[in-house]
Design a protein around this ligand. Structure first.
Ligand code: GAR
Length: 187
């Protein structure tokens, strides 16, 4: 199998990145993680890239030409899939068009519910019965592209924000890889 060169964008802890790295070691998993991009130089997730000798790029999104720098690296590593794994910046329309290939994102809610930030707080406040995570294609609308996979669980009365976050992220770690397998199943 020829694995697709993939770039993972992160901003923080990088637990999704860690699971993707582990799964990508399987010869039947369709992607190779060739590059990690972080907009936060202090992101813990960078350690996973370092530990696994994966090239990484730290970007300063305040700089006017940062997108061109990223695009150049994506070309250099022949990237054909970008996974946003806790990347807390909006991908611009210009970047989407210039890159022109697949970008997917993981979001900690059952989209279209609870787009944007502070998801867990809002889920609890609105007394949802169920919550979960969604992996979807990225388009110009925030958390708005076509769904690839969704996983859910029932919320217990005793669940607080921290518990919901833990349960959601546990599902995310499976959902991201399953979504990637689904995308490339027939390729
Ligand atoms: C994940 O829960 C992901 O769904 C969320 O950030 C977390 C990153 O965790 N993303 C968003 O909220 C994007 N809107 P990680 O750094 O441990 O993978």
């Amino acid at each position: 199998m020829v694995k697709k060169n993939t770039c993972i964008f992160i901003s923080g802890y990088g637990s999704n990145l860690k699971y993707l790295i582990n799964n990508s070691r399987n010869e039947n998993f369709p992607i190779k993680i060739s590059l990690v991009v972080s907009n936060n130089k202090k992101a813990k997730g960078i350690l996973h890239a370092k530990k696994n000798s994966i090239p990484y790029l730290i970007i300063d999104t305040k700089k006017r030409n940062f997108e061109n720098i990223v695009l150049r690296e994506l070309r250099k590593y022949k990237i054909s899939l970008i996974c946003l794994a806790g990347y807390m910046k909006i991908i611009s329309k210009k970047f989407l068009n210039s890159y022109g290939k697949m970008i997917i994102n993981i979001h900690p809610s059952l989209l279209p519910k609870f787009r944007g930030l502070n998801t867990f707080k809002r889920v609890l406040k609105s007394k949802e019965k169920k919550t979960g995570c969604t992996v979807h294609f990225v388009n110009e609308k925030l958390d708005g592209g076509i769904k690839i996979i969704q996983k859910s669980f029932f919320i217990n009365k005793k669940d607080n924000e921290e518990i919901i976050k833990k349960k959601t992220q546990k599902l995310e770690h499976r959902a991201f890889s399953e979504a990637i397998i689904k995308i490339f199943r027939y390729n």
